[in-house]
Design a protein around this ligand. Structure first.
Ligand SMILES: NC(=O)c1ccc[n+]([C@@H]2O[C@H](COP(=O)([O-])OP(=O)(O)OC[C@H]3O[C@@H](n4cnc5c(N)ncnc54)[C@H](O)[C@@H]3O)[C@@H](O)[C@H]2O)c1
Length: 272
């Protein structure tokens, strides 16, 4: 049956940054399809709430408080989860932050704080530490366990910022996402002989809690949504189909890909 190729039933999965937004949509897509999912997140309050909510629906999820910048802790949690599940089939390296405005404000005016000459070390370092180094630590841990298990699928959340320049988005975010995208491709080449596939999803504007939830404001949604070719800003649920596709055998011959999921933003602005 064709649908069997999309099955993740019984898979052991890990999602970093899975207590909110896009990561939570990945967790739901996997768990609702019968996978066992470990949610790793630094925000213990959201983590507890989501684990309770999903468990009460009968889904097989567990939560681990984890900061992806703590390399030792990443290795420990991966070892624990892999031992508990007896397998590790799927890892979503998704945790990330938006460190604030780039060189332009949303209205196009110049932003002092985001200008390159004013860009603060603390902001640069924190972004690289979570959005790039955190992805490295996650892929490394995943590779160790998947090599032992004979294969798997790793999916990295990058962004259209990995290849498109946009003044509103900060310099560090751009650099980190481009780095994560290329790291994913390099890992895809290295790990292909071990039956481990590594792909990236590159979201456009998706309503989540990122950056203090600025995309939740109706006026921001309307103004940005009007420029998106499909005519609206995205919802985290829009990512579920792609998540299941990349996690499952349905994508068995795809590795090293970065798939935009952006309502067409990568193509240009919505024609009048
Ligand atoms: N929302 C968008 O428009 C958009 C667009 C492109 C890419 N992305 C990427 O999607 C990913 C998910 O972001 P989101 O929009 O769902 O945001 P979100 O803030 O709703 O969710 C991010 C989750 O990651 C967790 N997290 C943050 N730092 C962490 C750390 N150090 N260790 C562990 N967990 C940590 C947060 O607690 C939160 O639960 C990020 O990598 C982000 O860069 C988002």
């Amino acid at each position: 049956m064709m649908f069997e190729r999309f099955s993740v039933k019984g898979y052991g999965a890990i999602v970093t940054g899975g207590a909110s937004g896009i990561g939570l949509a990945f967790v739901e897509a996997l768990a609702e399809s019968g996978a066992r999912v470990a949610i790793l997140d630094v925000d213990s309050i959201s983590l507890g709430k989501q684990v309770d909510r999903l468990s009460s629906r009968g889904l097989d999820v567990r939560g681990h408080k984890l900061d992806v910048t703590d390399r030792k802790a990443v290795d420990q949690v991966f070892a624990e989860v892999s031992a508990e599940y007896g397998r590790l089939d799927v890892v979503f390296a998704n945790a990330g932050i938006d460190p604030g405005i780039g060189f332009s404000n949303p209205d196009g005016s110049p932003s002092e704080a985001g200008a390159i000459e004013n860009y603060e070390d603390e902001r640069w370092n924190r972004t690289i530490e979570i959005n790039l180094n955190g992805i490295f630590a996650t892929i490394r841990a995943a590779a160790r366990h998947m090599k032992r298990g004979g294969g798997g699928s790793i999916v990295v959340t990058t962004s259209i910022a990995a290849y498109l320049n946009e003044g509103m988005i900060g310099a560090a975010y751009m650099a980190a996402k481009a780095g994560a995208a290329h790291l994913a491709r390099n890992a895809a080449l290295e790990l292909a002989p071990y039956k481990i596939r590594v792909n990236a999803v590159a979201p456009g504007f998706i309503v989540t809690n990122i950056g203090g939830g600025w995309l939740k404001q109706p006026e921001v949604q309307n103004s940005i949504g009007a420029t998106v070719p499909i005519g609206r800003i995205g919802d985290a649920d829009d990512l579920k189909g792609l998540a299941l596709f990349l996690a499952s055998r349905a994508s068995s011959y795809i590795t090293g890909a970065q798939i935009p999921i952006d309502g067409g933003v990568s193509l240009g602005k919505r024609p009048a």
